[in-house]
Design a protein around this ligand. Sequence first.
Ligand SMILES: C[S@@+](CC[C@H](N)C(=O)[O-])C[C@H]1O[C@@H](n2cnc3c(N)ncnc32)[C@H](O)[C@@H]1O
Length: 343
Amino acid sequence: MPGTRLRQATGKTIAAVGAPHAARAGIVRFYDCLTGGASFLDDCVRGLSLPRKSLAPKYFYDEIGSQLFEEICDLPEYYPTRTEMAIMEANAAEIARLIGPDVELIELGSGASVKTRLVIGHARPALYVPIDIAEGQLRSASDALAAHFPWLNICAVRADFARPLRLPSFIGAPVKLKVVYFPGSTIGNFTPAESIALLRGVRDMAGTGARLLIGVDLKKDKRTLEAAYDDAQGVTARFNLNLLARINRELRGDFQLSRFRHKAFYDEDLGRIEMHLESRCAQFAHVAGRRFDFAPGETIHTEISCKYTVEEFQALARRARFEPQRVWTDPDGLFSVHLLIAI
Ligand SMILES: C[S@@+](CC[C@H](N)C(=O)[O-])C[C@H]1O[C@@H](n2cnc3c(N)ncnc32)[C@H](O)[C@@H]1O
């Protein structure tokens, strides 16, 4: 994005991406790089006009969606968060030793930055660059981290990491190496082909020798997987339906949420969970003045969550020019955390 103008926390427009920006400890600098590309409205209209209607999962994360995701993380059925956290707790010292100090820690889809505290506390990076599409949570998580680690330089970037990303160059922090942290198995929201393209972009952005520390959910029995995406309390259903509520709030939509139901299933052939919103009846809804018709049982596809074996993910990463260095799993083999080197 050469020439893109950036906006700081103050709202003041600062220099273009190519110019260096001073990073200072204890201060959160905020950069809005969510410019260009299709808007929420464009993507909605396009997705709802397809023969198989779909909406991109990145739109789940408005303020309410981010909050609901945090509730999902605490659900008894949702094993990924607590399992990944346990892997990180057990291995944070070794991870820190392998990546070393004085790194630029770039986190993709940082959300509440909870697991990141372990990495920061042990590795003491020179600079932390959380990247997320959800502005409110990005700001609050960054402020909380700055309070917890007053010595840390934080440059928070609001951006869509699935688009070509050129980060501002930050100065003032003695950075030896870039480490990209991508937890939460968010990579699973992309097909294997999309994941390779995304990781190639990450590799090019971070450069040869950079490290990738990534959380990847593992293949397991269908029952455990389906329960994780369709919990008994209905929190995941509310998270999914919030997408329609968000369209109603932001895009002059008139979806009647009670006429849709949350559906999640594991496709064993594709090795992925699919989440849909299924129309309970024949109906139509409007988005910004456009009408969309739904047959009974027709769905809007809202998310995939691909699952891998350790070997499958390593093969995928190699195709993006990342060489596996180390992998950690939990005793039950539910989840994996990989450390890879960009070659
Ligand atoms: C599954 S949550 C994971 C949150 C956190 N990293 C964790 O491990 O619990 C996905 C996060 O990625 C963000 N996100 C999703 N798609 C994104 C995109 N295309 N660009 C930037 N952020 C995105 C969401 O806002 C959310 O914070």
